[in-house]
Ligand binder design. Sequence first.
Ligand code: GLC
Length: 506
Amino acid sequence: MTLKGSINASKFIAFATALTAGACYVIFRFKDRRNRERRGATSPATKLLYKYKQQLTLTPSQITKLDSELQGQIRAGLKAEITTNGLHMLMLPTCVSQIPNGEETGDIYAIDVGGTNFRVKYVRLSAEKSKIESEENFEAPIPKDVMTGTGSALFDFIATRTLNFIMAHEGGQSLEPPLVGFCFSFAIKQLSFNRGILLDWTKGFTCSDVIGHDPVQLLHEAFERAGRQCRVMALLNDTVGVLSAHRYLDQNTCVGIIIGTGTNAAYVEKIGSVKKWSAGPDVDPNAHTIINTEWGAFDSSSLPRCEEDWEVDAATIHKGKYLFEKLLSGMYIGDVARRILLRMARDPSCILFGSKASSDPLIPVALTTKEGFPTSALAKVVEDPGMRPETMARILGVATMSVEACDVVSQVCHLVAERSAQLIALALCAILRHTGWVQNPEGPLTVAFDGGMYEQFAAYRTMIRKAVDEFLGASLGAKITLELVHDGSCVGAAVLAAAATLEHQN
Ligand code: GLC
């Protein structure tokens, strides 16, 4: 064996030893949990945990009821306008009459507003089919005071940053106004391909004087104030963006899902089925369009919920609205887990954290504020099923922690993440039943995903995959590919803006 070989061999042995130790620790934790459950089925913490498991795990009868209610709301929303009260899926037509096919070309700037971050992207779509030639990005967090200030301050924020990016990219100012695709990730009643009306705010945005107005016009006015006009060719939702971005690459893509700060889905629908939208006399009713479902606004008394879900809702700006989103998405689920853990920590009979000898419960500092235990912390816990108490203690801001407490935290986080994944899968399956694909799966189907929670939380992606396969059965599930589209909303905005530009030229 060469020296190099022997180094590799020793590295390999060290790696294998670490791997075996890790695996042994996970097995030990599971065995330990089982033993504790056997011994202490009546321990207060186990009892409370059991109660949450019962409340948050979907039963077969809930699955059947929710599936039928989801399909009912889809049908009702396609037939007639739905009142925007944040408690029903809106099923919004998007005015897309040509689904992207990979032949869109051009130089486009895409703007994405609607999550924690504001993004601008330059995209060159090649003349070669389905090829993105170059990209360049700018990203900045949207300050809280801008999210909750005036509409004109929000649009000034967007316009100035977009123009700075364009100037830097162009390296001067070209004569032609830049072409823009505007992804505005809220419920929009679309009046045309590049005009619409904001129906409602979600995800902590409350800017004044925007609801009831056209975001494209507000953006044009802000460009004017900032000294340079752009041509906004397309206005779209982020779900429509992710679907279009992946459809540009893969014609089997029929659904686009966002699971980040908020959650929503768009899917490909037959124009003739959208009774509330008149696409015009020349449009073939068998041709396809894209529908923005606004599934975050779905609600049903059959949803698996606990008291803490209502507390999370009560603490939001949009109380009583978008309740499905509040059980699922990144802005909320860390807070649901935190509140469950806080309740357990405060329960004097549990004494989850701190010494059992003391009668005063110890409350980990991270559990006392929403910011202390964000969804990223929940993801970290779920990603590491054998997390050691020392690591968990650091996350929660306590000095030490028992194996049992570590296990409880881990199970609560898992429970909340799994409920979210199951509900996403259930709502996706309801859409696929509605379109008839489940009953008659003519070919393979791709679902495109984007959003921080899907992108940065691998164990969560696995949970969605598993739930889809469980709901549809393994052989049908195998026909569905779930694909992550990085920066899908921006790429989709560019693709749709390019399509609109080509249509104008012809
Ligand atoms: C919220 C918005 C919706 C958006 C989703 C994901 O639910 O209402 O339009 O698609 O968040 O960003």
